[in-house]
Ligand binder design. Sequence first.
Ligand code: ZN
Length: 231
Amino acid sequence: MRYMKRDKALVIFSGGQDSTTCLFWALRHFREVHTITFSYGQKHSSEIEAARVIAGKAGVDFFLSDVTQIASIGKSSLTDSSIGMDTVKPADGCPNTFVPGRNFFFLGMAAVYARELGISDLVTGVSQTDFSGYPDCRDSFIRSLNVTLNLALDSQFVIHTPLMWLDKAQTWALADRLGVLDLVRTDTVTCYNGVPGNGCGNCPSCRLRNAGLAEYLENREAVSASLADMI
Ligand code: ZN
């Protein structure tokens, strides 16, 4: 075995492609894995249901935390159906699919829950490579928050971001290397319109996901080889 398995980890789990891949990455690296899923006022409950089903298949516990207040204090087209969804990134900022503070709140609440479970390793599927302008997906934010959480809770958390420097094709390759390519393709919900699997095909999230999959399937061996050090 390349790595000694560490003790316990908590995965911030949305039921989408990225966090599902992170869940199975965590199962490879930790002896005991827990998940936390947030109901943050997202328009489509299908992703929460996907998370529940996938957690069951993975044999890990599923904890749903209700943080719908997030949608009442910040505006996003993912939580407010009266806002038309940006389909391209605006020149002057991030698209309105950004949910202000989402990863900040999620990681803060996950850290508190992890502390209750005696867990110091947190896993999140954020990625800077496919950065849509979301500031809370950047490595600098995660590193800064890690320090802040340690100070806030007098703990020694380690926030793992296995996808931080991977593009979408590499994320598909990682799922394949972990033996869950088909599960991620069919069971996850990444679509901003809440359509499971391959999704609606038209929203920005579907376009990114499907282009990454096509790129991976065309260059399977080369993309997979680029991950040789990961698992
Ligand atoms: Zn879609």
